[in-house]
Design a protein around this ligand. Sequence first.
Ligand code: GLN
Length: 194
Amino acid sequence: MPRVGVLALQGDVREHVAVLSRLGVTTSTVRTASQLDDVEALVLPGGESTAIAHLLGTSGLRAALESRLSDHMPVFGTCAGLILLSSQVLDGREDQWSFGALDVSVRRNGYGRQVASFEAPIEVRGLGVVPGVFIRAPRIDAVGTEVEVLAEHDHGDGPHPVLVRQGSVWGCSFHPELTSSSDIHRMFVDSLPV
Ligand code: GLN
């Protein structure tokens, strides 16, 4: 069973660690490049993408993670983590950068600000319905041809992907770590090479 790290610079780190532990996955928090060396896969949590991006730069993790991504380390980005993995950030800060590991355009706060946060049942292909918690969520506005859409949600403005996968890179615009369901994490974990 591979060790799954949780990027622990900012955001809801504990919640991801709790779900992974509940699934019996060996997990550790990652704050430094050497801690990244110890994991075979990584979860990038929700939080504030600009804050996480800043800390990735100052911690030396940006280059280390870039190199692991080009070696196809499996990663799962939720919310801010999805923004960090994406190839294009719309409505981002002017200096906002992202890894470009997942060929999607995401619109920061695309469902509205904090007061517009919402919950909705999400039908996931091959899995069933899971609870979706959207908090200042990025909206996926476009996906590349290599991207598999595993779930969509229509929040009144037409269906938009909310769970996507491009090979070993997974992204989710909601927060599967904030509910009692471990199903989405299990899907990611089950996809990891043994
Ligand atoms: N809106 C936040 C950002 O741009 C993401 C929100 C979240 O992770 N819950 O980083």
